[in-house]
Design a protein around this ligand. Structure first.
Ligand code: ZN
Length: 473
């Protein structure tokens, strides 16, 4: 009898758990950042930017239930259900939660040292409207996986994370990066980190073709994707080896370096010089684009990090949340950059924009990320908005830029059936914006509420919690 009732209780618990599968039990810490949490939420009279690139629809009402978008349509036709928490969003917009794929939970804090800032970065990303992200390489080991698990379990606030393993690289000068010996070593490293909780991989600048090929094979056996910030291996070679994604637009391509030695990085600067001289109409460039499109290799735009290295550009947004020392450090670097007449980035940044635009117009899957590394100044959350602005500067319409930063990322991650656009039945990952980013992209900075699985987070509280401490944790 006792056993029977225990079984019954367990069954009831399981049933309740499955009914409530969408939302975890939140810790008190997470609750302190939540401003909307109700069984049924109605967002009324709002402009919907659905993330597909389609024109914005005015005057819509959405009903959120069980973590999903249950109903959506003209405000005149869709009524808020009785008992729903009704939020009138007249004059405001909603867009899908941002899905960006070259994010990091670390930041350059000292000479060759990357500080692990997971606790502040997960909050800043969420505050900026990022509801799903991939980390594009990890220099820590376990932190990305642990944060992912704790966020999924409701213990910490933050986006859903596709957590990359430590970098797959050849011999290199980085203090926090291992060097692979050979292809077998690459196989071992992929399987080890997949067993430990990694959900994707990233190859780096000095990997050999043999090691990259082996890593691609092992990652694909585990149904995981692998991207690369390359140099020793060309984009064309990597496409032949089956890589899924290439980072930094074309700025890491060494395909056009004359007399390039195989398996050797001629220096990123060498590659970038050839890119700066490249024209969108160049035949060899177009052949490379065609190959990437045919092989379905996605390309990640990370204009934000390159902007911080380019003279004559404005100070990036979000510096005020940094620990004072890091803020000073970056502001001094920015002033030095401004005076650098020789900087190759003067020509490279506009070229990067033009080539990425050409890739997308040729049918390539362009996705976006912000890469908070370089010389600093790329501040999560704020940088995701800046990335969208820079895509518009690159020639995309605001609607196209938003699609790149939402639905395209979801497509790459293979999650577009659930996230990435605003559609009935999809997960209610939504950003409420006080303005109209479909016409004025800069309005994406005016985030009011970030819904993740229909639970509304307060960006002001999230940012306040970390302000002045970003750099410490
Ligand atoms: Zn990176």
């Amino acid at each position: 009898m006792k056993r029977h009732s225990t079984f019954l209780a367990a069954t009831i618990v399981l049933l309740l758990a499955s009914l409530d599968a969408q939302r975890p039990q939140f810790s008190n810490q997470v609750r302190s950042f939540i401003k909307v949490d109700a069984p049924v939420v109605a967002l009324t009279n709002v402009r919907v930017i659905d993330g597909t690139g389609a024109p914005a629809k005015p005057n819509q009402t959405l009903v959120l239930r069980d973590g999903n978008i249950a109903e959506m349509g003209d405000a005149a036709a869709v009524k808020a259900p009785e008992g729903a928490a009704v939020i009138d969003l007249t004059g405001k917009s909603i867009m899908p939660g941002i899905v960006m794929v070259h994010e990091h939970l670390y930041y350059p804090t000292g000479p060759s040292v990357y500080g692990q800032l997971g606790q502040s970065f997960i909050r800043l990303y969420l505050a900026g409207g990022v509801t799903t992200m991939r980390t594009g390489g990890n220099v820590n080991g376990f932190m990305d996986f642990t944060l992912k698990r704790q966020i999924d379990a409701g213990q910490l606030p933050g986006p859903a994370i596709d957590a990359t393993a430590p970098y797959l690289n050849g011999p290199n000068p980085f203090l926090q990066m291992r060097a692979l010996n050979d292809a077998d070593d690459a196989r071992r490293q992929v399987n080890y980190w997949a067993d430990m909780g990694a959900t994707s991989f990233k190859a780096y600048m000095n990997i050999t073709r043999a090691a990259l090929g082996a890593a691609v094979e092992e990652a694909h056996k585990r149904r995981m994707k692998i991207t690369g910030h390359l140099c020793s291996v060309t984009y064309s070679e990597a496409a032949d080896l089956g890589i899924d994604n290439l980072e930094h637009g074309f700025l890491a391509s060494t395909d056009f370096v004359p007399d390039k030695q195989v398996d050797t990085c001629p220096g990123q600067g060498q590659g970038q010089q050839t890119i700066a001289a490249l024209d969108e109409d160049n035949e060899a460039f177009q052949a490379l684009v065609k190959k990437l499109v045919d092989r379905k290799v996605a390309l990640t735009s990370t204009l934000t990090v390159f902007e911080t290295l380019t003279p004559g550009r404005p100070l990036p947004p979000g510096l005020e949340v940094l620990a004072p020392q890091l803020k000073d450090q970056f502001e001094r670097a920015h002033a030095r950059t401004a005076k650098n007449e020789e900087s190759r980035y003067r020509t490279l940044l506009p070229k990067a924009m033009a080539l990425e635009h050409a890739f997308a117009k040729a049918g390539g899957l362009l996705i976006a990320g912000t890469d908070p590394t370089g010389g600093g100044g790329v501040v999560p959350g704020f940088s995701n908005h800046r990335q969208l602005e820079l895509l518009v500067e690159a020639g995309f319409t605001p609607l196209e830029a938003i699609a790149i930063g939402t639905l395209n990322g979801a497509k790459y991650l293979g999650r577009d059936a659930r996230i990435g656009s605003i559609e009935i039945g999809k997960q209610a990952d939504l950003v409420v914006v006080n303005g109209d980013p479909s016409t004025t992209i800069g309005d994406v900075r005016k985030v009011e509420t970030v819904f993740k699985q229909a639970v509304g987070f307060d960006p002001v509280e999230l940012i306040e919690f970390v302000t002045g401490r970003v750099g410490l944790w």
